[in-house]
Design a protein. Sequence first.
Length: 94
Amino acid sequence: MIEETVINLGEMVIGLRVIYKIDRIGRGIVSALKMRVLKKLRGQITAVCRAEIPITHGIHQLVVISKLYDKKRDLVAEIEAHWEIEIYDSIDEL
């Protein structure tokens, strides 16, 4: 059960990062998710996603990673999301 919650947290953080960057200039969809657990998951978990998202016209394949840390700031898991995003040529394509 905790693993499902953690992968949802990681996916949400990645989704917020990608969608915030492409909002109003494109669209995207997740094609795959992977989780790697490095340490026992317990207590408060913090998710972080720092990713460069292209904003040039066209279709892009991305692999975006969210890192999850415990209360001691130890890395406990990584979530990897594969995205396909399309950046529009103009606002008319919306």
